[in-house]
Structure formats: C-alpha cells, structure tokens
Design a protein around this ligand. Structure first.
Ligand code: ATP
Length: 513
C-alpha cells in the first residue's frame, strides 16, 4: 500500500514539475477537483484524443463525429433520467466531517479483501514454484474461495439495496462491515442520502425570465438528440455510430484522486445504433474492440480487466467497465453499455418528435438500440502517465527517471540538441528542427551538458534525441538516441523523418489491433 501511495505521489509531483498538470487557480489555493493541463499535458491529452478519434471515426466507415454544445435544452435531462436519477449515495462522518460515497466505501472494503487474495496467491506461488497453477489454485483453495464469496455477497447486497433505493440497508451494511473513515478511523456515520451530481446554471439576463439549465453531465445526450439529423444528412445505414469528445461536468461527492475524478472533465464517447435484438452481439464486439485499442498501446495486458456490472443503470440491459491498474488499484477507465432504446424513446416521448429509423431492407421503421463506449480522457491520461513513469537503475549505479509514454502519444517526438553552443552547430540543429517540425512536434535544447539534456528528455517522455556534433558538419549525419534503450546510432539527416515516423505514426500502433 505504502509503495502504491509513494508511486502516486511521484506521479503528482512529476506531472507538475514537468508541465503536465497544474491545480486550477493555484495562486488562490486551487479549486477542489479541478485541474489545468499545462504545456506538455495539453499535447499528451490532444494525442490521446486523436488516437481515439482515428481508431473510432477515421478507421470506421460507419462512424461519424459531431461536436454538440455543453448547454442543452433542460428537458433533455428530464428525458434522460438525470434530473431524477443521476444521484450518488453520500454519507458523512460525524466526527471528521468528511463526506464519502457510500458505495465507494463498500467497494474499497472489497478491494482490501481482493488484496488478501493476491497475498494468498503470492504465498502459494513461492511455495509451489514452477509447478504453481494460478487458475487451479484460485478455483480450489478454500480460503481464497471464502474471500470471493464474501466479496460477492457484499456487492450483490449493496447492488440490490441501491437498486431498491434502500439507503438504510446501505448504511446497515457499512456498520456491519465495521467500515471506518479512512482518514480518521471513526465509525460515527450519518444516514446515507442521495445527492444529484448535476451542476445548474441560468440562461437569460433577468432573474424572472432566466431559464434553469444544467452543464451536461455526459456527452452522450448531445448525440441522441442529433441522432436523426446525422442519420438523414449523412445517409447513415444501421448499424452506424456517432462519436464525440467534449467536456462534461459532475459535482462529485468525493474528488480526492487527482485527475481520476474531476468536477470538470472530458469524455470520448461513441453511440452505436443497431437493430433491436442484435444489441448483445454488438455489445460483445465493442467490448473486444475497445480492449484491443487499449492493448495496442502496449501498457501491459496484466494491467487491464473487465468488470461486468451486477447493478445496471436505469437505461442499460448490460454493462461492463474496462478497469485499469492505477497507482491506487484497479479502477474504471472506460464503460461499455448496452443502453437499449431507452434514450431515443425517452426523447421521442418528451419532445413529441419521431426519432425512428426506416430500415429499407426490412421495409419498416423502428427505434434503434444503442451500444455505447465511454471513456474519460483525463482518466486515460492518468493511466498512460502513471504507467509510463519509471525509475530505472542503470549499470553505472545511478538511477534515471524515464517517462515511457507510448511514442505515438508523447508530447514531443524528438529533441534536437547541438553538442555545443558554438562552431555553427546550433545553426545546423535549427535547420533540422525547422524541417522536422512540419511533421512532428520537436523540441530544441542547447542548455547544459548533453547528458543532462538527455535525462530531461527521458523524464519528459521524448522518444528520440538527435545530437548534432562536429561530424555532422562534415558528413551530414547525426546521433539518434532512443529513450527506452538509450542506444545511440549514427544516421543520415535525410533519414530522420522516416526513422521517427515509423516509430510514432498512429498506423504503426493501431495496426497492432
Ligand atoms: P465512476 O463509477 O468512476 O463514477 P461512472 O460509471 O459514473 O464512473 P460513466 O458515467 O460511465 O462513469 O462515464 C464514462 C467514463 O467517464 C468513465 O469510465 C470515466 O472514465 C469518465 N468519468 C466519469 N466521471 C468522471 C470524473 N468525475 N472525472 C473524470 N472522468 C470521469
């Protein structure tokens, strides 16, 4: 646990020190759970967004994008169910005055039991050595099975109680499990209450005529209300998808995990409209496609897992999360939801407008079913960034900090470094930079010894360093150094573009899918 916390602290300080993420309004002591992306962070974030957009929109003939507004007609949120049901169960600790999400307290309790399972597995692994069969052990060991049973019974009771809105039972469960305030250890809890997460605002000049609006809590509804416009103008045939990326706002109860849970964040969502009855197949297919997208980035298959939901949202007939191993454990990174025809039907009812699709092959109209993939851009940023940050022991006994970002996502693809600040080397370096910058984001640095500059680029995640030295003046070659291996080779200036492109091009990465 302490190791995890240490790693998380390192992530926070590296993100600030290297210009990735700043606390919003820091000079006023910040605003809780609101963050700004800094000069490098904005590049990484943009590259993640583009990598998603390429895979989802550009690579699919039947998926198009839109960019809907943050402000929408308030009836949207009545129809979608957010006004009535976009609630989280909150509980306060009377002694510490800290507020928690009751379901998260219970889930964290279960995560601790999972930690015990991991310990049992590790112990057995040591004991049995090479002959150890993890799957068999987990399926047969009495103690491990007992832990699994306990987790299942807790989560299904919580799911059932939340479903029935039986908040008294959620509190009873917290008390029975003797869950205490993680910060103070106090078990003095208030009742559990529902709390609506939407931010309200007003449209209009005078108080009397102003209209109450909400900042959108998800981008999906902007897609649903545009469904027919896009289908008609794009002449889209089912199955087809509409994708968008954009800001969403939630007045989160607990927001203590950096950019994992923010009050203003960005989503990358795709709604896939299918023929009723085929939604299960598409749901399974999109689960697989999305997992492959994650794996294409090479961040380690062991760091992902699916979590199928027991408790379904009011609109869903199946739902799963792709969870990622963040520095604080496995948590939701992306949701894949089979949303049925709930949203389109609801908008039809509330707007009085028909939102149906005419299927020429079947010669009939119907309301399509929807499978949604929804990923938080900021969470993806945290996944990529925290996974990339490593400290490495070198052969000479020193350590280096290296940010092993997938090179397709790195803010800068290369740094051009004149070996010394004289003899015409900076001029040649700038020439190289000016040529490469048409294709890539490239950094120039001539300050400090070259070894120090290499380390700065390692810590900043730059995949290549290009060093211009005296030999460059003679034969138009440079040294190219790879961030991950630190290997250096001599290459011709005219080959640089191809070498970099092969490594950082989205095609190289996405073709792994
Ligand atoms: P959680 O259970 O963590 O609150 P959720 O199930 O409410 O998340 P969804 O409504 O399914 O999340 O939203 C889709 C995605 O949007 C999530 O998988 C997550 O990546 C991202 N997301 C949701 N809420 C936040 C937030 N407050 N800050 C950052 N990202 C978020």
């Amino acid at each position: 646990m302490a190791k995890q916390e240490d790693q998380f602290k390192k992530v926070l300080s590296h993100a600030k020190e290297y210009g990735y993420v700043f606390q919003s309004s820091e000079i006023y002591d910040g605003l809780s759970a609101v963050y700004d992306y800094a000069q490098n962070g904005v590049e990484l974030k943009k590259n993640i967004r583009e990598y998603w957009w390429k895979a989802m929109v550009q690579m699919h003939e039947n998926i198009v994008g839109i960019d809907a507004s943050i402000l929408m007609h308030p009836t949207t949120w009545k129809a979608s169910g957010h006004v009535d049901a976009f609630n989280d169960p909150l509980i306060d600790n009377k002694d510490s005055k800290k507020r928690y999400r009751a379901d998260v307290l219970i889930e964290d309790y279960c995560a601790k039991i999972e930690g015990k399972i991991d310990k049992e597995v590790k112990k057995a692994e040591k004991r049995f050595g090479d002959t150890f069969n993890k799957e068999e052990f987990v399926a047969t060991n009495g103690r491990v099975l007992g832990y699994f049973e306990k987790i299942n019974s807790i989560l299904s009771r919580m799911g059932a109680s939340l479903e029935k809105e039986d908040l008294a039972d959620v509190k009873a469960l917290i008390e029975e499990l003797e869950i205490s305030d993680p910060l103070t250890g106090s078990k003095n809890w208030t009742e559990v209450k529902q709390f609506n997460l939407m931010f309200g605002t007003k449209l209009g000049a005078s108080a009397e005529t102003a209209m109450d609006l909400y900042l959108r809590p998800e981008t999906a509804q902007g897609i649903f209300v545009n469904f027919l416009n896009v289908q008609k103008t794009g002449r889209m045939k089912i199955p087809f998808g509409i994708a968008q990326t954009g800001k969403a706002f939630r007045n989160e109860i607990v927001a203590r995990q950096f950019i994992f849970r923010m009050r203003e964040f960005e989503q990358m969502e795709m709604q896939f409209f299918v023929k009723p009855g085929t939604q299960k197949e598409w749901y399974t297919a999109w689960k697989e496609t999305r997992m492959k997208w994650h794996l294409s980035l090479g961040m380690g298959a062991e760091n992902y897992r699916f979590h199928d939901h027991d408790k379904l949202a009011h609109y869903a007939d199946a739902a799963a999360d792709i969870e990622f191993k963040f520095p604080f454990g496995f948590k939701e990174l992306e949701g894949i939801h089979s949303r049925t025809d709930f949203d389109l039907k609801a908008h039809e009812e509330f707007s009085g407008k028909k939102l149906q699709y005419f299927d020429h092959e079947e010669n009939k109209s119907y309301t399509p079913y929807v499978v949604e993939t929804s990923i938080g851009l900021d969470r993806m940023f945290l996944a990529v960034f925290s996974n990339a940050l490593q400290e490495e022991e070198l052969e000479n006994g020193t350590t280096r900090t290296v940010l092993r970002l997938p090179s397709v996502l790195a803010p800068f693809k290369a740094a051009v470094l004149p070996l010394v600040k004289k003899d015409g080397l900076p001029e040649v370096a700038r020439e190289i930079l000016n040529d490469l910058k048409w294709d890539f984001n490239v950094f120039y640095d001539e300050k400090d010894a070259v070894g120090k500059r290499y380390r700065r680029q390692d810590a900043n995640g730059t995949p290549f360093c290009i060093t211009v030295d005296h030999q460059t003046l003679e034969d138009k070659t440079v040294t190219i150094r790879h961030r991950d291996t630190m290997e250096q080779s001599r290459v011709s200036i005219s080959d640089l573009k191809t070498i970099i492109d092969q490594e950082v091009n989205a095609k190289t990465w996405l073709q792994k899918i």
